[in-house]
Design a protein around this ligand. Structure first.
Ligand code: HEC
Ligand code: HEC
Length: 361
């Protein structure tokens, strides 16, 4: 990608292989991308030694075939504890302004990786208080000694938590999905990429009547993104989509009140980040609590203006309900299915290296 003036690129030069139309992700200055670091991150991502009891890896809740989600309504940690929320897809996570369902302050993948490793409520990987044990486990594997040396050259004692999270983050930044039928149409100009029904569904998705794209806009169908070369600081946006039935039985907002639990502002009740719709056909069930089983039911939810209608006074003004015919619903689902990127979920670069050896050993 970069001109090298006729000389071969040094072996540790990382090249993004970006789909047409995609800007390079922003990378923190203290964690530059290198092939050796990405390869190490991939190893760690799939390594169950990263959990306290050795049963679960990051990949246990973020499976490639499911666009790095887990197929469960709510995640289940290494000790069996049920997480209040559903696993998020890691497709294009490098472009997210803020991470997780409702945290405006969690901005880097390096920081985020500490959450599943060490947080105790709920337990995910269950490594709290076991930092030394984790380092010892990794040191005991000769493969890691070489990989950490290659990823963090010239650093004595490179096997440490800060470098584990750096490597994980570097791997996660490579998880870029931009080769769906929709992308082939929009970014590659292939007019035959979308079936008729998906074309019609696309018009509905971007229509004022349905308003889906008002929130699920931009390159990632998730609103505003960050990327390299972008000027200024952007703020994440959180919305209440009327999931809470505040008027009667149903979801109890006290269990997970979204952004409000961080800001303690009443108006932030039930507000969550708009997630990407890329590969959405692969990541059922839906919403932060996994409470909607299918795409059809998601559309019904929006068509009804949310669960509690006007009983929910925190709901976004964009969630106002709309009429939709059965044929239109079918078309809209076809459009959402056209966001599935088969090459992303089968790409060998993102697969489990313990099963299929990768380029670096
Ligand atoms: C027990 C299942 C589980 C495990 C194990 C797990 N995650 Fe997650 N992951 C989740 C859930 C649930 C969320 C959403 C959390 C929230 O919103 O509070 C999430 C969110 C994320 C996000 C934010 C994505 C976004 O779009 O904002 C990233 C990044 C992530 N996980 C990476 C990792 C990494 C790296 C590991 C291993 C160190 C890991 N996860 C282990 C369940 C898991
Ligand atoms: C007001 C902004 C807004 C509008 C309008 C909107 N969405 Fe959403 N969407 C969100 C937010 C926020 C979530 C996550 C809500 C939650 O879990 O609490 C979401 C979740 C989803 C999900 C589930 C994603 C997942 O990973 O679980 C799908 C599918 C979806 N929306 C599709 C649509 C479609 C189709 C439309 C148009 C009919 C639409 N959305 C309109 C903001 C919006």
């Amino acid at each position: 990608m970069h001109a090298t003036g006729g000389r071969a690129a040094p072996p540790d030069t990382f090249e993004w292989r970006l789909p047409p139309g995609f800007p390079p992700p922003r990378v923190p200055p203290d964690n530059p991308m290198t092939p050796a670091k990405v390869e190490l991150g991939r190893r760690l991502f799939y390594d169950t030694r990263l959990s306290g009891n050795g049963t679960q890896a990051c990949a246990g809740c973020h499976r490639q075939t499911l666009a790095f989600t887990d197929g469960r309504p709510r995640a289940v940690g290494s000790t069996g504890e049920v997480h209040p929320r559903s696993s998020l897809s890691l497709a294009n996570v490098a472009y997210n302004v803020a991470l997780t369902w409702a945290d405006p302050d969690l901005r880097s993948l390096e920081e985020q990786a500490l959450v599943p490793m060490f947080r105790e409520r709920p337990v995910e990987l269950g490594l709290a208080g076991r930092e030394k044990e984790l380092v010892a486990r990794l040191e005991a594997d000769g493969l890691y000694a070489g990989m950490f040396r290659a990823a963090f050259p010239g650093e004595p004692g490179a096997i440490r938590i800060g470098n584990v999270t750096r490597a994980l983050a570097a791997f996660e930044r490579t998880l870029i999905s931009g080769d769906s039928p929709y992308d082939r149409l929009v970014y590659q100009g292939r007019m035959d990429a979308l079936p008729e029904a998906a074309w019609r569904g696309m018009r509905l998705f971007f229509s004022d009547r349905l308003a889906c794209s008002k929130c699920h806009g931009g390159i990632n169908f998730a609103g505003v993104v960050v990327f390299e070369g972008m000027v200024g600081r952007v703020e994440p946006v959180f919305q209440n989509t009327g999931l809470y039935n505040l008027g009667g039985p149903g979801n109890d907002p006290a269990e997970d009140d979204g952004l409000r639990s961080v800001t303690h502002r009443r108006r932030d009740t039930g507000r969550f980040r708009t997630p990407t719709l890329r590969n959405i056909a692969l990541s059922a069930p839906y919403m932060h609590d996994g409470s909607i089983p299918t795409l059809e039911a998601v559309i019904d939810h929006y068509a009804a203006g949310g669960r509690a209608g006007d009983n929910n006074r925190y709901k976004s003004l964009l969630i106002r309900g709309f009429a939709i015919t059965a044929a239109e619903k079918h078309d809209l689902i076809e459009f959402l299915r056209s966001l599935t990127d088969e090459s992303f979920v089968t790409d060998a670069r993102f697969a489990d290296p313990w099963r299929s050896p990768g380029p670096v050993r």
